[in-house]
Ligand binder design. Structure first.
Ligand code: UD2
Length: 301
């Protein structure tokens, strides 16, 4: 996309900042971020930064004035935090998201939101199609499910161009901090020569999608005619956590032992995307294999 005025909420975060980087050369880009987990150093020069919270209607209104597209990436991303503080996470993940949708309505802007595989809970089909039953196991998943439904209904109720993207396990550069995913944790452990900590038997599986592919899915969502829909964003491939640990140990040529800890309470056993709807409806297919994604992470440092 080009020559658009674009707001990226959470634009200084892991996924948001990669999206901003892709948009900046050809568009006018604004970022609304409270820098709770985002980082200024992730942002390129040519962006307008609004240091504010999406729960603040004034900041949001200012950031969204005159935009053509909103990519709504801001969230409290920690599932564990949503369990310990369900109301605080609800305020950010759901109530503030409604403010974003209302701003989009005000501006008649297209809105692309970050939904999540968390909405499926323990999937009863694999790979999981978008039509699978939803039964989230955490407040985070409940909030994302409500958001996902709002987003689709906003198209119908208010004739707004909306798309929900259900991210599977995103990974890549800048995923850091206490709530980051297993790949960054394993990489850190392997590099430090510390034990790589597999939770449970390691036979659980995930669909890891590189952040550059997640960005491409967002760009496809910005132009698709098939709005008012939700799409899985994954690769369609699954790997077990045990195999992941070995892959990362090999890629880093680390001597770290692989150790097993207690399983995470309520852990999802298997998760993997049916990617056919994203292919037909968005024209999106992930291109980066897990092997090459890990290789580029390893060679980056
Ligand atoms: C992912 C999303 C989460 C939510 C959820 C929906 C990330 C970072 N989180 O959670 O936001 O959408 O999917 O189901 O993408 N593990 C270890 N050792 C470690 C860390 C993790 O074995 O040191 C295991 C963990 O028990 C789990 C798997 O690795 O089985 C993936 O964990 P995660 O926290 O990266 O992501 P997940 O799938 O729990």
């Amino acid at each position: 996309i080009r020559d658009q005025t674009i707001l990226v909420t959470g634009g200084a975060g892991f996924i948001g900042s990669h999206l901003v980087e892709a948009l900046v050369p050809n568009n006018e880009v604004r970022v609304l971020d409270n820098f709770s987990t985002g980082d200024r150093s992730f942002l390129p020069e040519d962006v307008t930064v609004i240091d504010g919270d999406i729960t603040d209607p004034i900041a949001l209104q200012q950031a969204a004035r005159g935009v053509d597209i909103i990519f709504h990436q801001a969230a409290m991303v920690s599932v564990a935090q949503s369990v310990s503080a369900p109301r605080a996470s609800n305020e950010t993940n759901l109530e503030a998201s409604l403010l974003v949708l209302e701003q989009a309505r005000q501006e008649d802007a297209r809105v692309v939101v970050a939904s999540s595989a968390a909405i499926y809970g323990h999937p009863d089909e694999l790979p999981v199609p978008e039509t699978a039953s939803t039964d989230p196991t955490s407040p985070y998943g409940i909030q994302k499910l409500a958001l996902d439904q709002y987003v689709r209904r906003y198209e119908e109720l208010y004739d707004l161009e909306t798309v929900a993207l259900r991210y599977f396990n995103a990974y890549g550069p800048r995923q850091q901090g206490p709530y980051s995913g297993v790949i960054s944790t394993f990489l850190e452990q392997a590099r430090a020569g510390e034990p790589i900590t597999v939770e449970g038997d390691g036979e659980q599986t995930r669909d890891f999608v590189h952040v550059d592919d997640v960005v491409r899915a967002n760009l496809c969502a910005a132009t698709t005619d098939n709005v008012g829909e939700a799409y899985n964003v994954g690769t369609g491939e699954r790997i077990s956590i045990r195999d992941l640990a070995e892959t990362i140990r090999d890629a880093t040529e680390s001597q770290s032992p692989i150790v097993h800890k207690d399983p995470r309470p309520g852990d999802i056993r298997h998760s993997g995307a049916d990617v056919s709807k994203a292919a037909s409806g968005l024209g999106f297919e992930a291109r980066i294999s897990l092997e090459s994604g890990i290789r580029s992470l390893v060679s980056a440092e």
